[in-house]
Design a protein around this ligand. Structure first.
Ligand SMILES: [Zn+2]
Length: 162
């Protein structure tokens, strides 16, 4: 899980991500920054905008992924590396998987984030430790037509798979 010997390019990208994160604090955002890199080139950057945009999903990684997709005109980031100042939280890791990035690099980890008052580690525990209950209960509602939307999707011949 850790890269002991990062290339100098990887170290440069990470230095940029940490600079973004640090500068973002003075700008009123959270202390997180991220880049999307493809073929050695920075395609897009992102900073945490949760409190600025009143958007709990506006983590640096999600913001960088959104900006990269807009820049490239696609919803797939295969061939890209997500470089983030801190280990992605479960939402951001899932976002990176949905974006199909090739690789994720981070510097600070979930314990560092916890020390700074963030819930990354607590949320990981919900997913990784079956003994930790979700703070928000997730319950199923039994519906006879629960697959109606999937049936419509399977029947749509011109759908765009993702
Ligand atoms: Zn996140």
């Amino acid at each position: 899980m850790s890269v002991d010997v990062a290339t100098s390019a990887e170290q440069d990208w990470m230095a940029q991500a940490i600079d973004l994160a640090t500068t973002n604090v003075a700008a009123g955002g959270g202390p997180f920054g991220a880049l999307v890199v493809r073929d050695g080139e920075v395609i897009a950057t992102g900073t945490n905008k949760v409190t600025v945009d009143l958007d709990p999903t506006a983590h640096a990684e999600v913001t960088a992924i959104r900006n990269a997709c807009r820049a490239l005109g696609t919803f797939k980031l295969d061939g890209c590396v997500l470089v983030t100042s801190c280990e992605p939280c479960p939402m951001c890791l899932a976002s990176a998987l949905w974006a199909r990035v090739d690789r994720v690099l981070f510097a600070a980890d979930r314990d560092d984030a916890a020390d700074a008052g963030f819930d990354d580690r607590a949320f990981y525990d919900v997913f990784e430790d079956s003994g930790t209950a979700s703070p928000a209960p997730v319950d199923r509602v039994v519906m006879p037509n629960r697959n109606a939307a999937f049936d419509a999707w399977r029947g749509k011949t011109d759908r765009i798979d993702y």
